[in-house]
Write a protein that binds this ligand. Sequence first.
Ligand SMILES: [Zn+2]
Length: 407
Amino acid sequence: MTVTIIRDCTIFDGHDVLDGRSVVVEGERIVDLPDNGASVSADQVIEGNGRMLMPGLIDAHYHAYTPSYDFYGIDRMPVPLLTSHAAKLLTGALQRGFTTVRDAAGADIGLWLSLEEGLIEGPRLFYSGKAITQTGGHGDMRRRDYIEPCGCAYSGALTQTVDGVDEMRRAVREEFRKGAHQIKVFISGGVSTANAPLWMPHFSSEELRCAVEEAEKRRSYVMAHCHTDHGAKQCLEVGIRSIEHGSEVHEHTAQRIAEAGVFVVPTLSAGHNIATYGSELGLPASALVKVKEVQESALKSLETNVRAGVKLGLGADLHGHRFHERQAMELVLRAEVQPPIDVLRSATSINGELVQMKGELGVVAEGAYADLILVDGDPLADLSMLLEPQENMPLVMKGGRVIRNTL
Ligand SMILES: [Zn+2]
């Protein structure tokens, strides 16, 4: 096995900073973090020259299959075209230093195999299959004025409608059959589709409990699109492990979330982008009204969650090529509320735990996968340097393989 040493680094290991260390990589994993003085024989030596070495970033709310905000158009797009868009987005993510992404709607076994077989150069992918919504829920991508001739359930490129406990059980089992890593459900309205108002609860607790029960049989978990405090309480009630967005969580609920060890994945850039560019994105008029509500509460909710000590993951929730290029904006926006080191912990070790790879992804540690980035400058002082990876990120490594080295 090839042994690589990255010498003389300041290491942010996903938790804390270690000075004057090197990293030894054997095959796809890290085997040692010796002091600079130690002599190690290696096939390949990379000089860090004191730069900061970090775990590759993890985006825990990613969308490989949304090249734009035109969800109706995506459903009608030829699959090879949609896949080609996904390939471009994923390759871009890896080049930006995101070595792992967790997809929240649509990514599937085909895309995963393309990555595994090296047909697409991209991050590790944790996929949910088609996200599950109720008829008329946020993820029901049919236009309201479209009359379904057969009255059938809906199944599109990203999502599917499911109603009742039995259908839920079948849908969840079906996604796991096709290799899903986790299950995604919608349990409140959302901003970018017109079907459901933000405040609207989705699904009965029986339906959601069934999804959680089936996921647990697979030693997996459910992630839930959820803006409201009511929804967050329902997540706690039914055992959902990952609350996506969580933009209206109140103090008492935040404390309960923290006690339960449930994760919240705020997605600030999604709101930021819709609020800034909404009218040119062709979103329904309702989206521009809803996004104001979400924007006002999202930062407050984040502060509440931080105060309560909630485990906060990090996810950008981007749709459209132009926004993916600024994937690291999520970290910059988070730093409005949290110190940069906490934001980086969310994007690395906490997200690693969220994708059930604690100690293996999102950390620089013995035994972990060698998913690593080397950065010029100090992200602990200013995270905006991550917005310019071509200039400030001379090395990207995934599973011990050099993806980019401009040193
Ligand atoms: Zn999303």
